[in-house]
Design a binder for this molecule. Structure first.
Ligand code: SAH
Ligand code: SF4
Ligand code: F3S
Length: 437
């Protein structure tokens, strides 16, 4: 049995939606009078905010739980939150009896009550999915630093055959217009200069404004554009099928909307896209990018790729490489296919051997690395504005973000949160060098 905790530590894995949830859980616990412990080892309560997207990510929670055991054999109060909590529920304490709390992504507003319950020695479990009701029960936003996340949409109805998200996060739902705008205003008042609108399919967001007019993400972006102290707007992750012309046009019309688009495609072969149930083709994806580039020629394109989906042949994979060459990514994430229990792909024929997946991943990553370097080189010589986000390793060095989401290293005494005019003077695969002008 645990005494009521006085300090906590939240550790988040997975996507930005989880990072956002982790921040909100921390705000919630602070509002209850708990203090954030600097080190996980010092915390009375540890919240592991987990990810279920690939097997390695899901297994990590169990090794992390094991590592929380202290020298005297005791453990802190342990809460498992996030997508593993949603997917595995009561199975978690069966496998790891030191877990006190299991709380899903739609139920974490109840965390303080669950902590109180766990302090009486009872195990607390809540994986209910009441869409969106948690947001009304969370405390006000606190200072988040110059760049803040804001979840506007949750869940997914797309059911790609490899993916757990529709099961762990539920159906697509949009937060209300006024709620989102109020939270954005609170973040700006707390010092945010940049807001990244988040959703599993953020471009599926729809809402109705105060005047009763309904609209999509482009309308919301236009509204946020009017917040004077907000400098920059971003959004992620988008699905190709929800890429409306209105949103594409916003990249031309809204100055605060940054020229960066994360638009996952996953594979370059139509046969594999079909087996993945992606509901777009290679060609329809490329045509969307043509329209985006017509609206905003300098846009930086990012993506996600899966190699080794069941049945993927060398010829299929070659089409992925070919698509990457055509797009010219500024950055991209690539993963080996990981079969997830309960998804249709997990029982598909013709699994790709691990060694073949390794080789394909290696080839794809080398190509993406080349393209990211090439993209960064095209920006050398440009003058632009960056948002200073943190200190660099050397004294006097700061790291900021360019409009194209590049990390820019520069010497300056401008404080964190400042917007600084720079010239980009050098480029590597993961960052660029800048000089203040
Ligand atoms: N909603 C977003 C992202 C979902 S998860 C989208 O549709 O693009 C982030 C990425 O993880 C996916 O884009 C995909 O590339 C990868 N992913 C999802 N399930 C996976 C699996 N079973 N194996 C390997 N990678 C996976
Ligand atoms: Fe998963 Fe596909 Fe939904 Fe993205 S669109 S979250 S990959 S099911
Ligand atoms: Fe992972 Fe859940 Fe995000 S499975 S990627 S934390 S939606």
């Amino acid at each position: 049995m645990n005494a009521p905790p006085r300090s906590f530590h939240v550790k988040s894995f997975g996507c930005q939606m989880n990072a956002y949830d982790g921040t909100r859980m921390a705000e919630l616990l602070e509002a209850e009078g708990l203090t954030a412990a600097a080190e996980i080892g010092d915390a009375d309560l540890v919240v592991l905010n987990t990810c279920h997207i690939r097997e390695r990510a899901a297994e990590k929670v169990y090794s992390d739980i094991g590592r929380l055991k202290r020298a005297d054999g005791s453990t802190p109060m342990i809460a498992v939150a996030g997508c593993v909590a949603q997917a595995e529920g009561a199975e978690i304490p069966r496998r790891a009896p030191s877990v006190d709390i299991v709380v899903g992504p739609q139920a974490y507003h109840r965390l303080p009550a669950m902590v109180a319950e766990a302090a009486t020695g009872r195990r607390a479990l809540d994986t209910d999915m009441p869409a969106l009701s948690k947001f009304q029960q969370l405390p006000a936003r606190r200072r988040q630093g110059p760049s803040a996340f804001l979840t506007v949409q949750e869940g997914c109805d797309k059911f790609c055959t490899y993916c757990v998200v529709p099961y762990t996060r539920g159906a697509e739902v949009s937060r209300r217009w006024t709620q989102v705008v109020d939270e954005a205003r609170a973040l700006v008042d707390a010092g945010a200069r940049e807001i990244t609108l988040l959703g599993q399919n953020v471009n599926a967001w729809t809402g109705t404004d105060a005047a009763g007019r309904s609209g999509g993400l482009d309308r919301l972006i236009a509204e946020l554009d009017r917040l004077p102290a907000l400098e920059r707007i971003r959004y992620t992750t988008s699905h190709p099928n929800d890429m409306t012309q209105g949103l594409i046009d916003a990249h031309r019309d809204v100055e605060k909307l940054m020229p960066f688009l994360h638009l996952p495609v996953q594979a370059g072969s139509d046969r594999i896209l079909k087996a993945m149930n992606r509901s777009h083709t290679r060609d329809s994806y490329l045509r969307i990018l043509d329209r985006v580039r017509a609206a905003r020629p300098d846009i930086a394109v990012s993506g996600d790729f899966i190699v080794g989906f069941p049945g993927e042949t060398d010829a299929d994979f070659e089409q992925t490489l070919d698509l990457v060459r055509q797009v010219g990514h500024a950055q991209a994430f690539s993963f080996k296919y990981s079969p997830r229990p309960g998804t249709p792909a997990a029982t598909m024929a013709d699994p790709v051997p691990e060694s073949v997946m390794d080789a394909r991943l290696h080839m794809l990553q080398a190509l993406i690395w080349e393209q990211a370097t090439a993209f960064n080189q095209t920006t050398v010589g440009r003058r632009t504005r960056i948002l200073i986000e943190r200190n660099g390793r050397k004294p006097g060095q700061r790291i900021g973000k360019s409009p194209w989401l590049q990390s820019v290293h520069l010497e300056t005494d401008a404080p964190i949160g400042a917007m600084v005019d720079v010239a980009i003077v050098s480029a590597g695969p993961n960052s660029v060098g800048g000089a203040a002008v």
